[in-house]
Ligand binder design. Structure first.
Ligand code: FES
Length: 335
């Protein structure tokens, strides 16, 4: 069964199957709506259903409270139509941003290598080019499970036929321990869709950029930095953290970029459990706290495990940065 979803205030009509989340139908039709996790937990895609019936799907009761359901709110990444529906969407795009429709692709593994402890770099050649904004992510189908897992792209839009992912192993993880770290091989084909997410480079903001990354949170940050250095003019400082030199990767890449762009790019690798020459000692948030008096006049992009992101946000706000100047992406490890 297929229903019509009308997206107000545009009045755009999108066709949506009864088993398809409304967000998915809209993104594939090129109607951009805000979203982050696409799995019913963050609440970013919350919108009002002003007409018609929906099935709320797997919406978490924290992200969508009972009283909100009664008020007609739904999480569009989970909600599926049960009749023709009308939604009130936050369709406005920021200045200078073009969003690209979501589509399905097939990727062939061309490289799978260990880049740090329990961390792999996966390179896929796509069957056709994917347009995206640096910082966005793709969703991979885990073969034989009916499940998907999301990973941010570390490559840049100037390489549209290729996807680079940084993947951390979760002990016992369906996608990592049982597939990507076990049976996946060069030459295998993977079905994926994308691009997703609202964590991406804001080219219209001229302020110097503070980039803060923990673990595989380096993936979208790498994409944004490489893209911005090549295509834009902002000055960029990167604080990237890991436990030891064995855990922190891309160090050579960023050192090389610092040499190539000495006036625009400053790199601060941080180790929380080891002292080593050329590295700051401490967690990223603590190093940032000690080195910057104020963050006023900056724009920050933060990506990593939720506790690290939360701690960083507190530090940035204490240093006089406001939420409108901070873009964040939480990486959950349950993969
Ligand atoms: Fe996160 Fe829908 S709840 S995007």
């Amino acid at each position: 069964e297929v229903y019509t979803v009308t997206v107000d205030p545009l009045g755009t009509e999108v066709q949506c199957r009864a088993d398809q989340p409304i967000l998915d139908a809209c993104l594939r039709a090129g109607v951009w709506l805000p979203h982050a996790c696409t799995h019913g937990t963050c609440g970013t895609c919350k919108a009002e259903v002003t007409d018609g019936e929906v099935d709320f799907g797997e919406a978490s009761s924290f992200a969508l409270m009972d009283f909100e359901r009664e008020e007609g709110k739904a999480l569009l990444c989970c909600a599926m139509p049960r009749s023709d529906v009308t939604i009130e969407g936050d369709v406005e795009l920021e200045q200078g941003i073009t969003m690209h429709p979501v589509s399905d692709y097939t990727g062939t593994v061309v490289e799978l290598s260990d880049c740090a402890t329990d961390t792999r770099r996966l390179l896929l050649d796509l069957d056709r080019e994917m347009a995206f904004n640096p910082g966005q992510y793709v969703s991979l189908e885990v073969p034989g499970t009916g499940q998907t897992r999301t990973y941010s792209m570390a490559n840049v839009p100037a390489e549209p036929g290729r996807v680079e992912l940084h993947i951390r192993r979760t002990p016992g993880g369906l996608a990592t321990d049982n597939w990507i770290f076990k049976t996946l091989e060069v030459g295998d084909e993977i079905r994926l869709s994308g691009p997703y997410g609202r964590f991406f480079f804001r080219p219209a903001r001229p302020e110097p950029m503070l980039m803060i990354a923990g673990g595989t949170g380096q993936a979208p940050i790498t994409s944004i930095i490489r893209h911005a250095l090549a295509e834009a003019e902002q000055r960029i400082t990167l604080y990237a953290g890991g436990r030891t030199t064995e855990h922190l990767y891309n160090v050579a890449l960023f050192r090389e970029l610092q040499q190539r762009y000495p006036d625009r790019f400053h790199y601060r690798p941080c180790l929380s459990e080891q002292r080593a020459e050329g590295y700051a000692a401490g967690r990223v948030t603590d190093v940032l706290d000690a080195e910057l008096d104020t963050c006023t006049g900056h724009v920050a992009y933060v990506c990593g495990p939720p506790p690290m992101v939360d701690a960083t946000l507190k530090t940035l706000m204490r240093k006089r940065l406001f939420p409108r100047d901070i873009y964040r992406e939480d990486f959950f490890d349950a993969r």
